[in-house]
Design a protein around this ligand. Structure first.
Ligand SMILES: Nc1ncnc2c1ncn2[C@@H]1O[C@H](COP(=O)(O)OP(=O)(O)OP(=O)(O)O)[C@@H](O)[C@H]1O
Ligand SMILES: [Mg+2]
Length: 282
C-alpha cells in the first residue's frame, strides 16, 4: 500500500455539494426500497415531533457456537438511529462491534431480537428483498477500504449504481458529484494502489454514499489511517450525516470519533454497558 497522503490540504474534502437536499425516496417512483406492509411494519417507532428512526434494534443477540462453547458476541442490545444521527459503537477488541454491525447491515442474522429498517422488520424479508434493501438503503464503509483493485476510483464508486441499473448519464453525474464531495474530483481515473490510504478510504465513502443510502454502516473506517487522514475521514462522515440526514452507525476505537457522535453505544463482552447522550456539535 502507498504511504498515506501527508498533505491532504491539496485536495480538501467537503468542498462538494454536501449540503444539497436529499431527494425524498418516497417521492421517487423508481425507488425499490422495501414497501411497508401491515404485517411487517413496526408501529412504535416515531413519537410526536421526532422523525421515525431509520434503524430500530431490539434485544439483538448473536450466539456463536464453537467447539469451546457458546460465545454471546451480542447480548440483548437495543437502540434506535434517527435520520441525521451519528451513533458510535465503542468497546475493546472482541466486545462485539463487528458482530453488531453485521447484524444491522443484514449480513448476518440474530439468534434473538429484531431489526427494523425504516419500519420494516428485516426478519420478514426473503433473500431477494434483503438484497434490494442492502442495495437501495444501506451504505458500507470498511476498515480495509474494500475497493476493487482493477477498477479506477470512479469505477469503484460507480458499482452500486450499476447494481441499481442507473442509466449511464446519471451514473456519470452522481460519480462526479460523489468524488467531488470527498475532495477527489481530480482522482477518478486512478487505481486504488495509486492513491494514499486516506484517499482510498474517501473513495470508499464516495461509493457508500453515491446511491443515497438511508443508513451508513462503517466498521473502523479510520482503523488503518494515520491521525491526519483519520481526522479527514471523520469530518467527512460527520458532515455527510448531519448535512444530508443519513443515519450512521460507526464502530471505532478512536476517542476523537466518539466525541463527534450524537450517541455512543459502549459494548463489553457483547453487552451494552452505557449509552451516553452527547451534546451535538450542531
Ligand atoms: N464467526 C464467529 N464464530 C465464532 N465466534 C465469533 C465469530 N465472530 C465473532 N466471534 C466472537 O465474537 C466476539 C465478538 O467479536 P467481534 O468481531 O464482533 O468483536 P469486535 O468488537 O469487532 O473486535 P475488534 O475490535 O477486534 O474488531 C469475539 O469473542 C469473537 O471471537
Ligand atoms: Mg471488529
Amino acid at each position: 500500500m502507498n504511504e498515506p497522503n501527508t498533505n491532504p490540504a491539496s485536495d480538501p474534502p467537503g468542498t462538494g455539494p454536501v449540503t444539497e437536499p436529499r431527494t425524498n425516496p418516497a417521492g421517487d417512483p423508481s425507488s425499490t426500497r422495501p414497501v411497508s406492509d401491515p404485517n411487517t411494519h413496526f408501529t412504535g417507532g416515531a413519537s410526536a415531533g421526532r422523525p421515525a428512526p431509520v434503524l430500530s434494534a431490539r434485544g439483538l443477540t448473536r450466539v456463536f457456537t464453537t467447539p469451546a462453547g457458546d460465545v454471546r458476541a451480542c447480548d440483548d442490545i437495543s437502540f434506535d438511529v434517527a435520520p441525521g444521527e451519528l451513533v458510535v459503537v465503542r468497546g475493546p477488541s472482541g466486545a462485539g462491534k463487528t458482530t453488531l454491525l453485521n447484524l444491522i447491515g443484514t449480513l448476518d442474522r440474530p439468534t434473538a431480537g429484531t431489526i427494523a429498517i425504516d419500519g420494516v422488520d428485516v426478519a420478514a424479508l426473503d433473500a431477494d428483498a434483503i438484497a434490494r434493501l442492502r442495495r437501495d438503503s444501506l451504505g458500507f464503509v470498511f476498515q480495509g477500504f474494500g475497493l476493487l483493485d482493477v477498477l479506477t476510483a470512479a469505477e469503484n464508486v460507480e458499482v452500486p449504481l450499476r447494481l441499481r441499473r442507473t442509466d449511464a448519464a446519471e451514473r456519470d453525474q452522481r460519480v462526479r458529484d460523489a468524488l467531488r464531495t470527498v475532495g477527489l474530483a481530480d482522482h477518478g481515473g486512478q487505481l486504488p494502489d495509486e492513491l494514499s490510504g486516506g484517499q482510498q478510504q474517501r473513495v470508499g465513502i464516495a461509493r457508500a454514499l453515491v446511491a443515497d443510502p438511508r443508513l451508513l454502516i462503517a466498521d473502523e473506517p479510520t482503523g488503518q489511517l494515520d491521525s491526519q487522514n483519520a481526522q479527514i475521514v471523520m469530518d467527512l462522515i460527520a458532515e455527510l450525516v448531519h448535512a444530508r440526514g443519513v443515519a450512521a452507525v460507526v464502530a471505532t476505537h478512536d476517542p476523537v470519533f466518539a466525541a463527534r457522535a450524537d450517541r455512543v453505544i459502549e459494548l463489553r463482552d457483547g453487552r451494552q454497558v452505557a449509552q451516553s447522550a452527547l451534546e451535538s456539535a450542531r
